[in-house]
Design a protein around this ligand. Structure first.
Ligand code: SAM
Length: 281
């Protein structure tokens, strides 16, 4: 008998993956967590029916969410990650040896525990001495922070329920206050094909808060439409100019084992097709 997992990507579109094995399933106080072993993408983390990450394509999302803003900052030392309980984003941040501290705020402790058990390739950095993890709401956590971080990464799920506030004007204003004067943040901002209204709204809200706002793209096969957007708010540097000269990660790229991020991919990600540019007017 064949078993298939189907994600309802929009009311009119479903994507199905053939499942080898269901490895884990539980309801937490926050959400349903499922880990599947799929034929096409390997292990897959699914929260409330939505694919969060898979072993086959996670490197695209995590490398681009982390390295584009970090490599754009002149001297990043302290990083805050909001969400990201699978650990993939933290793994990428900690490749940067000049980063002294990574604070992660994940609302659901079970996502971290389940990822440690079933997705060790991603959740390999939680014991790193530079890393600390807080289990609480990232929106509340950041509300009273002032000039504490150089880089903030928002590794959020879709903008519904407890994650909806991670896409709000009030939240972006909190991020602005929490960043130092040359700070920069990046957030995943969904599909330019399926989430046009959201991208327009988020880009407008970030533009009204940060002097530099940029959207960039990467291809993530398991996310709706495959074309994925990230939006940056920066207080100083323009990330579309590329990695800063002398960025230690770029200097040691050959030793890092990265599979997507290069200085060329960084610059190219900001070259937007015209239908995406039209969303930013
Ligand atoms: N890469 C993924 C994507 O684009 O779908 C996101 C992955 S990561 C697993 C998202 C995490 O954000 C989840 O573990 C979820 O528990 C967490 N989360 C949701 N709302 C949150 C909030 N308000 N504060 C902190 N973490 C939150």
């Amino acid at each position: 008998m064949e078993v298939w997992f189907t994600e309802l990507q929009s009311p009119e579109l479903k994507i199905s993956c053939k499942v080898r094995q269901t490895l884990h399933r539980e309801m937490t106080p926050f959400q349903e967590i499922v880990v599947l072993d799929t034929e096409q993408f390997g292990r897959m983390l699914v929260l409330d029916g939505a694919i969060q990450t898979t072993i086959a394509d996670e490197f695209v999302y995590h490398e681009m969410l982390a390295h584009v803003p970090i490599c754009s900052h002149d001297d990043p030392k302290d990083v805050l990650i909001i969400g990201g309980g699978d650990g993939g984003c933290a793994r990428e941040v900690l490749r940067h040896q000049q980063i002294a501290s990574v604070t992660q705020v994940e609302i659901d402790q079970r996502v971290v525990e389940v990822s440690r058990r079933f997705l060790p390739e991603l959740a390999c950095s939680f014991d790193n001495p530079r890393m600390s993890v807080n289990f609480e709401d990232g929106i509340a956590f950041v509300r009273d922070k002032e000039a504490c971080y150089d880089v903030i990464l928002v590794d959020a799920p879709d903008p519904v329920g407890m994650a909806a506030g991670l896409f709000s004007q009030e939240f972006y204003e909190s991020l602005y206050r929490a960043l130092r004067p040359d700070g920069i943040f990046a957030a995943q901002t969904e599909s330019p094909f399926f989430n046009k209204d959201l991208i327009e709204r988020v880009y407008g809200a970030i533009s009204s808060t940060f002097p530099v706002t940029r959207l960039y793209l990467a291809n993530v096969p398991t996310y709706p439409s495959g074309l994925w957007s990230f939006t940056i708010g920066s207080k100083k540097n323009d990330p579309a100019q590329g990695a800063r000269s002398g960025c230690p990660l770029v200097a040691s790229l050959a030793d890092q084992g990265l599979r997507y991020y290069t200085p060329e991919a960084h610059r190219a990600a900001f070259m937007l097709p015209s239908f995406v540019q039209a969303l930013l007017k």
